[in-house]
Design a protein around this ligand. Structure first.
Ligand code: ADP
Length: 267
């Protein structure tokens, strides 16, 4: 009887071990698949601007350099592709840091109104080029203090406004608002009346490299990493990000932040 029980225990142990190994192998396979897909995406994203630069340079070498007008246009386009490469590499750098947990938040108390105004100043030129009005309620004439990483939250806001300009419609609007929630939380909303996003795409927006072709994303420029960086930063603050969109009418991206209970000392 004792031998049978031992045999039974042993068999159960072996089965348990095999099951755990199987789970381990499956998770390694998923990670490997993810890694492969990631590398494939990076090389694709890098290749496009590189080929563009190559083709403009070759055309210049083949004689286009002698036509001043054509020359300037081609140099301008090649330079735009270099900008795109830099943009992608910077985003990659950031996402690697975020995913490996190397990015440490520098939590301080800061004025979110000032951060939003800075983002508006920074993107003013880009918005004007598309005739988009940036709207921020003038009633926000006093500081509103929040707790978080000032620079990273600035990056989140800039990124969301930047997207709303890129995917907004010409002569449209981008509005930023701040609303109080319960439990000392705020919600920051960035609303546009642009292209909007189809329902089936909404759940994938925050994936790395995901870009919706129908939104003209291929021609607009970007790495497809912006929203995934935004989500990482918001979640690193243990806050939430939401998106609501109506295809053809516009989108609203919003995220929560913690209000500061006391004002910073130097104010
Ligand atoms: P990128 O802008 O570099 O393509 P993001 O990660 O910021 O990458 O955005 C992913 C995709 O989500 C974009 O390519 C675009 O298709 C879509 N998107 C983002 N913001 C908006 C918006 N405000 N309105 C419509 N589509 C948007």
């Amino acid at each position: 009887k004792a031998v049978t029980t031992d045999m039974q225990t042993l068999t159960e142990e072996i089965q348990k071990f095999a099951k755990n190994k199987k789970i381990e192998i499956e998770s390694l396979q998923v990670r490997e698949e993810y890694r492969r897909e990631f590398l494939g995406n990076i090389s694709h994203e890098l290749k496009t601007p590189l080929f563009t630069i190559q083709s403009y340079l070759e055309t210049l070498q083949d004689g286009a350099i002698d036509d001043l007008k054509v020359r300037d246009r081609y140099i301008e386009r090649a330079a735009q592709s270099v900008d795109r490469l830099i943009y992608i590499v910077n985003d990659l750098d950031m996402i690697t840091k975020l995913e490996s947990g190397d990015l440490h938040l520098n939590i301080v108390t800061f004025d979110i109104v000032e951060t939003i105004r800075h983002a508006f100043d920074f993107l003013d030129y880009k918005a004007k080029k598309r005739n988009i009005s940036l709207i921020f309620d003038l009633n926000y004439n006093k500081p509103i203090y929040v707790v978080g990483d000032k620079e990273r939250i600035g990056q989140v806001i800039t990124n969301l406004i930047d997207n709303s300009i890129k995917y907004g419609k010409e002569k449209g609007t981008t509005e930023v608002s701040i609303e109080d929630l319960v439990n000392n939380k705020l919600i920051i909303r960035v609303t546009d009346n642009g292209l909007g996003i189809q329902k089936e795409n909404v759940s994938r927006l925050f994936e790395r490299f995901y870009r919706i072709d129908k939104s003209g994303a291929r021609t607009v420029g970007g790495s497809g990493l912006g929203l995934s960086i935004v989500k990482h930063i918001v979640e690193a603050h243990e806050e939430h990000i939401y998106v609501e969109s109506s295809f053809g009418y516009g989108s609203e991206f919003s995220f929560t932040l913690e209000k500061a209970l006391v004002e910073p000392l130097d104010n």
